[in-house]
Design a protein around this ligand. Structure first.
Ligand code: SAM
Length: 205
């Protein structure tokens, strides 16, 4: 995190794959983000891959501790007419009061935060009863795809500053005490094999 070489490299890579990711998961994200309130809290927004799905005028509380993401994130917010409140705390310790938020977004972040259990606990804490965590994450695979993940794990972890392709994020979410967790599991048609399979859905406090 905030590594002077990998930070800028990671930010440039995320920005470079922005349109590609949109082609892969754009329809799914449009469905997931169909009904957002004006204020959205997003953990680890990176360079702003999700901003194209938010309505102009959205108040985005962006919890992004990696400063190398900030310039591109600010530029994306300006381009999309998003009212950006950029903060550098981590998802494991969110500086928001209990039960104060209606929607938290996390896409491809619970793979990277150092302590995913703590991050999900914090997300649940800041959500109001009935509030929603909207997530899209890559998760641990079995069989042949699991072997591919094991081979890719170390370089992937280096390049993407801590991304662990072997996490059982579905289990983390289901064990976190949400009132409900609804998700779909799917395979991307992508050359980026280690980030398959994925889960996307909603956890309601
Ligand atoms: C793979 S990128 C995903 C970026 C973006 N959400 C997307 O879908 O393209 C992971 C992001 O999580 C951020 N991150 C890493 N550790 C974090 C933490 N402890 N709290 C919040 N964000 C974190 C990284 O800086 C990075 O922006």
């Amino acid at each position: 995190m905030n590594n002077p070489i990998r930070g800028p490299l990671n930010a440039a890579t995320l920005r470079a794959v922005d349109n590609y990711t949109h082609r892969l998961v754009g329809v799914r994200k449009q469905r997931l983000f169909a009904d957002l309130p004006r204020q959205v809290v997003e953990i680890g927004p990176g360079t702003g891959a999700n901003l194209r799905y938010y309505r102009p005028g959205t108040w985005l509380v962006a919890i992004e501790p990696n400063v190398h993401m900030h310039r591109r994130l600010r530029a994306a917010a300006r381009r999309r007419g998003i009212d950006l409140e950029l903060r550098t705390e981590t998802a494991e310790r969110i500086w928001l009061p209990d039960a104060s938020v209606d929607v938290v977004v996390s896409t491809l972040v619970l793979c990277t935060v150092p302590d995913p259990d703590a991050a999900v606990r914090e997300i649940r804490r800041v959500l109001r009863p009935g509030g929603r965590l909207l997530f899209l994450e890559h998760v641990r695979a079995d069989g042949g795809s699991g072997r591919v993940q094991r081979l890719a794990a170390r370089p992937w972890h280096w390049l993407f500053e801590g991304c662990d392709v072997r996490r059982d994020t579905e289990r983390t979410l289901r064990d976190a005490g949400f009132a409900s967790v609804d998700l779909e599991r799917y395979q991307l048609r992508s050359a980026f094999l280690p980030i398959n399979p994925q889960i996307a859905g909603t956890a309601v406090r």
